[in-house]
Design a protein around this ligand. Structure first.
Ligand SMILES: C[S@@+](CC[C@H](N)C(=O)[O-])C[C@H]1O[C@@H](n2cnc3c(N)ncnc32)[C@H](O)[C@@H]1O
Length: 217
């Protein structure tokens, strides 16, 4: 059974995104999300060092997220080695981090980037001028989630979108925190109860200290 929490302009669902999102009935401006990457499928290194992430065994959920069609835009994080299986994006935004992953130390370049697929919707525009497809932001210490995205990164990407923001795989709620700080309406879904609780707590905290200088598009 799905649990729903309303926190300011955020509505958070504990449940499976594939059940929750179709029942929302539209009205989504932008999808800004970081689906399970298929780490267990793509790499044994990561799977050994972290607690397992729900549904991380393949890229079915990534493909599902790419099929969502919001009015303004979708930015969906993706591993580079899933690129051959996703619908062709209009752009690939590269996040440059201040560290690199381990991976295969002898036969793989030290990866210092992650990519987000960009799909414009029928009402797309660039709210504050045409942005570069490179974005720099320091990584987090994964204090709240095994694969936590920095709020600074999500704030920058949020500024490229309009309307209600949906993150169907919100994890610890980094997208929702960015929305709370800038006054954007947010819908988040998470299947793991512990991550759901973390997201609720972080969004409550963010509402206590909003970014007074953030754009409320
Ligand atoms: C890559 S993580 C997102 C991390 C997030 N960006 C953050 O900063 O914390 C993907 C999340 O999707 C969740 N998840 C997996 N399958 C799901 C499903 N069917 N519906 C909703 N959430 C799901 C996992 O539990 C995990 O927390």
């Amino acid at each position: 059974m799905t649990r729903v929490e309303h926190i300011g302009a955020a509505t958070l669902y504990l449940g499976d995104a594939r059940d929750v999102v179709p029942a929302l009935g539209g009205g989504i401006g932008a999808v800004l999300s970081d689906p399970p990457y298929g780490m267990a499928f793509c790499s044994n290194y990561r799977a050994e060092r972290h607690a397992p992430i729900a549904n991380d065994g393949d890229d079915e959920l990534l493909l599902w997220a790419c099929g969502l069609a919001p009015a303004h835009s979708s930015y969906i994080f993706c591993r580079w080695d899933s690129l051959g299986r996703v619908p062709k994006p209009r752009s690939c935004v590269t996040w440059v981090k201040n560290n690199w992953s381990m991976g295969n130390l002898e036969h793989e370049h030290a990866r210092q980037t992650e990519i987000a697929l960009f799909y414009p919707g029928p009402q797309h525009d660039f709210p504050s001028g045409r942005p570069s497809d490179v974005i720099r932001a320091p990584r987090t210490g994964n204090e709240h989630h095994q694969t936590e995205k920095p709020v600074q990164l999500m704030l920058a990407m949020l500024a490229w979108t309009r309307g209600v923001v949906l993150d169907p795989f919100m994890g610890s709620g980094s997208t929702g925190v960015a929305c709370a700080r800038t006054g954007r309406p947010f819908i988040g879904v998470e299947i793991d109860p512990a991550h759901f609780e973390t997201a609720c707590r972080r969004i409550v905290d963010a509402l206590r200290s909003p970014d007074m200088f953030g754009a409320a598009a």
